[in-house]
Design a protein around this ligand. Structure first.
Ligand SMILES: Nc1ncnc2c1ncn2[C@@H]1O[C@H](COP(=O)(O)OP(=O)(O)O)[C@@H](O)[C@H]1O
Ligand SMILES: O=C(O)C1=C[C@@H](OP(=O)(O)O)[C@@H](O)[C@H](O)C1
Ligand SMILES: [Mg+2]
Length: 174
């Protein structure tokens, strides 16, 4: 069986962008939990959070993770999926989990250039670079706890794909 590949990491690390390219390269299908749940709710993340709070969004996110998971799939998750112990364990047990790791300045630069407010309502009410720094400080250990592999996500997308594929090959050979 071909295990699904879960991409995790902070907002702006490239889970969605790299995930599409990785799926193409592996001959897998691609799915993004945020796209899936926005489609199902017929609302943006910002609208869901406004009506149901972050707790409502997080419940929908776990439901999306469970619903989409199947073999031969690259699954781009949302940056906060690792906040739940259940989600971290679920991903580790059902597939290979890759942490796309990038420094605060790289993440903030990407988010400032392309904020996508409907997808990424503020988490702290603070300016982007302050928020990225604060949120990463609390989540980095959770990403590492969930991940089978950590890759450098500050590289161009195809270089990130190559690093993920090399890690998966090494794991298969060992
Ligand atoms: N490796 C990369 N190099 C340069 N820009 C990137 C890279 N990955 C993503 N981006 C850009 O950063 C922004 C956020 O990317 P996205 O894939 O939506 O991140 P995520 O899903 O992790 O929040 C987009 O504008 C995207 O084009
Ligand atoms: O970091 C987070 O808590 C979130 C990240 C977003 O996804 P991306 O990481 O794809 O931007 C989206 O799931 C939601 O706004 C919450
Ligand atoms: Mg995304």
């Amino acid at each position: 069986m071909t295990l699904p590949i879960f991409l995790i990491g902070a907002r702006g690390c490239g889970k969605t962008t790299v995930g599409r390219a990785l799926a193409l390269s592996q001959g897998f299908q691609f799915i993004d939990t945020d796209s899936w749940l926005q489609e199902e709710a017929q609302q943006t993340v910002a609208q869901i959070v406004e009506q149901e709070g972050w707790a409502g969004f997080r419940a929908r996110e776990t439901a999306a993770l469970e619903a989409v998971t199947e073999p031969a799939l690259v699954i781009a998750t949302g940056g906060g999926i690792i906040l739940s112990d259940y989600n971290r364990r679920f991903m580790r047990e059902h597939g290979r989990v890759i942490y796309l790791c990038a420094p605060v300045d790289v993440l903030a630069g990407r988010l400032e250039a392309f904020p996508q407010e409907g997808l990424r309502p503020t988490l702290t009410g603070k300016p982007i670079s302050e928020e990225v720094s604060e949120v990463l400080a609390t989540r980095d250990a959770l990403y590492r706890d969930a991940a089978h592999f950590v890759v450098d996500a500050a590289q161009p997308p195809l270089a990130v794909v190559a690093e993920i594929e090399a890690a998966l090959r090494l794991a298969r050979a060992s």
